[in-house]
Design a protein around this ligand. Structure first.
Ligand code: PBG
Length: 332
C-alpha cells in the first residue's frame, strides 16, 4: 500500500506546472531603483559597502537611467550627496542643488516613460546628520529635532523637487505632520499633480548602515534616530497609527521600511489600506546577499529572487531595491 500523493505535491511535479500555479509573480514594473548622485565629482564613485552601486555624476546618472528605461524599469528614486552641508540642509531646496539639476536632466531624457521620484529628507544635507533641524547645539544630549521647524524646510524641498520635475516626492524623515505640510506646499505652488509616497512605517534599523556610507550621513558624535524612527520592538498597532495619520494628511502611497524583517508589518498595512503599498528593500538587505554570495555561501540569484518575491507575496505592490538593474537584466 502506498501513501496517496497530496494535491499540493502533485502540482509541484514539473517546472511548467509550478509556473502555472504560482501565486506571486515578480515583474520589473514593480521595482524602483534607488540612485545616488553626488555633486562635484567627475567620475562615478564606488560604494564599498554596496557592491555594484555607485555615487553617480550628473552625466553617469543620465546614462544609467536611460539604460534602466530601456530595460523596462518604470521608476527611479534619487538621493543627493551635496558638496556643502549646513545646519538645516538648505542645499536640499536649492534650485541648483544636485537633485534638482538631475531631475531636470532626467525629465528631459526619460520624463515621458519613467516615474521620477525624489527622496525628501535632510540627513544627507545637514552637517550633524539628523533628518531635521535641531532645537539646540548638535551633540548636546538635551538637543532634539525641532519637528515644526523641520516641516518648513521639507515644504521648501518638496516645491523645489516638483519645480525640477519630480512626479513623486517621498518624505523619509518621520516628522509628525510632514505629509500634510508637503501637500499644502505643493498645492499652493500649483503642483497638485505631484504625488506623495510617504515612508510611513520606518524603523530605526541597523540595516541602513551601507546607505549611510553611500550618502555620508552618519550622525555626528555617534547619535541615533530612535527619537523619530520607529522602535522595532513595537508591532503592527503602532505601524497602523503612523499609516493612518499619513493617509489622513493626504499620502497617495505608503511605505514600510526595511522589508524582510518587517513582512508582518507589510501584511498588516496591506490589509488596512486601499492605496498602493511600497516596501523598501534597504541597503543592508542588499549588502548581506552580496557579501554572502561573494563568499560562495549562498547563490546570489536564487536568494535575491526569493527575497524580492517574499516581499511581494507579503503584500507590497511596489518594491524599492538596489537589485532593480540586476533583475531587469536577468529578465531579458
Ligand atoms: C533618510 C533615508 C535613509 C534611507 C532612505 N532614506 C537613511 C536613514 O533613515 O537613516 C535608507 C535606505 C537604505 O538603507 O537603503 N533620508
Amino acid at each position: 500500500m502506498s501513501f496517496p500523493i497530496s494535491r499540493p505535491r502533485r502540482l509541484r511535479s514539473s517546472a511548467a506546472l509550478r509556473d502555472l500555479v504560482a501565486d506571486t509573480r515578480l515583474d520589473v514594473r514593480d521595482l524602483v531603483a534607488p540612485l545616488f548622485v553626488r555633486e562635484g565629482i567627475d567620475a562615478p564613485q564606488p560604494i564599498a559597502s554596496l557592491p555594484g552601486v555607485v555615487q553617480h555624476t550628473r552625466a553617469s546618472l543620465r546614462q544609467e537611467v536611460r539604460a534602466l528605461a530601456d530595460l523596462g524599469v518604470r521608476a527611479v528614486i534619487l538621493f543627493g550627496v551635496p558638496s556643502i552641508k549646513d545646519s538645516i540642509g538648505s542645499e536640499a531646496y536649492n534650485p541648483e542643488g544636485i537633485v534638482q539639476l538631475s531631475l531636470r536632466d532626467l525629465a528631459e531624457d526619460v520624463g515621458d516613460r519613467m516615474v521620477l521620484m525624489a527622496d525628501l529628507c535632510v540627513d544627507e544635507y545637514t552637517e550633524h546628520g539628523h533628518c531635521g533641524v535641531l532645537d539646540g547645539p548638535a551633540g548636546d544630549p538635551r538637543t532634539s529635532v525641532d519637528n515644526d521647524a523641520t516641516l518648513d524646510v521639507y515644504a521648501r524641498i518638496a516645491v523645489a523637487q516638483a519645480d525640477a520635475g519630480a512626479q513623486v516626492v517621498a518624505p523619509s524623515g518621520m516628522m509628525d505632520g510632514q505629509v500634510g505640510a508637503i501637500r499644502a506646499a505643493l498645492d499652493a505652488a500649483g503642483h497638485r499633480q505631484v504625488a506623495i509616497l510617504a515612508y510611513s512605517a520606518k524603523y530605526a534599523s541597523g540595516l541602513y548602515g551601507p546607505f549611510r556610507d553611500a550618502v555620508d550621513c552618519a550622525i555626528a558624535g555617534g547619535g541615533d534616530r530612535k527619537a523619530y524612527q520607529q522602535d522595532w520592538r513595537r508591532g503592527e498597532r503602532e505601524a497602523l497609527l503612523e499609516v493612518r495619520a499619513d493617509l489622513a494628511e493626504g499620502a497617495d502611497m505608503v511605505m514600510v521600511k526595511p522589508a524582510l524583517a518587517y513582512l508582518d508589518i507589510i501584511r498588516a498595512v496591506k490589509a488596512e489600506v486601499d492605496v498602493p503599498l511600497a516596501a523598501y528593500h534597504v541597503s543592508g538587505e542588499y549588502s548581506m546577499i552580496k557579501a554572502a554570495a561573494a563568499n560562495g555561501w549562498i547563490d546570489h540569484d536564487a536568494v535575491a529572487t526569493e527575497h524580492l518575491t517574499a516581499i511581494k507575496r507579503a503584500g507590497a505592490d511596489v518594491i524599492l531595491t538596489y537589485l532593480t538593474r540586476w533583475f531587469a537584466e536577468a529578465q531579458q
